[in-house]
Design a protein around this ligand. Structure first.
Ligand code: UDP
Length: 261
């Protein structure tokens, strides 16, 4: 598949122009960063696992009618996606209080929330992705009220789906981050779920032991990050039980025809 020029390079992914207009190729790197880039490392195999886990989750969401940017996985590290105009906000959905929420508000770590809580932060590395209110979002025209209403509904649907999916394999979905983009399909403006959903962007705890199966293993120097991501993939039946990332055999991605615009 023809890969065009590099359009954007982030901390964990690179976006290249895709083979057709309106498409892009999303490449998953092995780089890990935390604390606004203060902590950096390369963890061999992380990109491959995130590519597979994110493909699995976004495909499942597509199947329940949630529109995403994913067209298909192309290879071990890359996905063909629709090129969207990214809304410059991170939507954080929380079921259990931990991380920045507990630090900011002095809430006891592990407090189960009565209802999911959605927080917004402004996507800006230099400013450290600050938390913002709805008023900031509309004042600075990052998104309209209508868009936020639609996105909040999608966030809650994604949360319901993922809570069940992970609970079914013995994992608590503590919190996660989503990003969205705008696109015009047949003259109609649509909002698509974009970016990735993986153990890099979710907090996942084992139901019984509360063992962390996510990027907190890197943030908190707990070690065995790849083993934890592999365990998530095994439990979701993305990788065969006995498979190890060095010997994973990947299924050929299925061909998907792009709609002509
Ligand atoms: N998160 C993310 N990217 C970010 C910030 C947060 O994927 O730039 C995810 C993070 O992995 C966690 C959730 O969003 O699952 C909530 O993160 P929190 O605000 O607690 O951030 P942290 O404690 O990492 O500063």
């Amino acid at each position: 598949m023809h890969k065009g020029k590099k359009l954007y390079e982030g901390k964990a992914k690179i976006i290249y122009a895709g083979p057709e207009r309106g498409t892009a190729i999303q490449h998953f790197k092995d780089d890990a960063t935390a604390y606004n880039n203060l902590k950096k490392s390369t963890i061999e195999g992380k990109g491959v696992l995130n590519n597979r886990i994110s493909e699995h989750i976004l495909n499942s969401l597509n199947q329940i009618g949630i529109k995403t940017h994913l067209i298909k996985r192309i290879n071990m590290r890359e996905q063909l996606i629709r090129l969207v105009e990214i809304i410059p906000l991170e939507f954080i959905v929380r079921n259990i209080a931990t991380g920045s929420l507990t630090k900011r508000l002095g809430i006891t770590d592990g407090t189960v929330l009565d209802l999911p809580l959605i927080e917004y932060s402004f996507k800006n590395d230099e400013l450290g992705d600050p938390l913002v209110a709805l008023e900031h979002i509309t004042a600075f025209k990052w998104a309209s009220i209508e868009e936020i209403k639609k996105i909040n509904t999608i966030c809650l649907r994604v949360n319901d789906f993922m809570l069940g999916m992970f609970r079914g394999v013995g994992i608590k979905l503590v919190d996660f981050k989503l990003e969205f983009g705008r696109i015009e399909i047949n003259g109609k403006k649509e909002i698509l779920l974009a970016d990735e959903i993986s153990p890099d962007t979710c907090r996942l705890w084992d139901v019984v032991s509360e063992k962390k199966l996510d990027k907190d293993r890197f943030r908190k120097d707990l070690g065995n990050l790849i083993q934890a991501y592999q365990e998530v993939a095994h439990r979701l039946k993305i990788l065969p039980e006995e498979a190890n990332i060095s010997e994973v055999k990947f299924n050929k991605p299925t061909a998907v025809r792009l709609k002509k615009k």
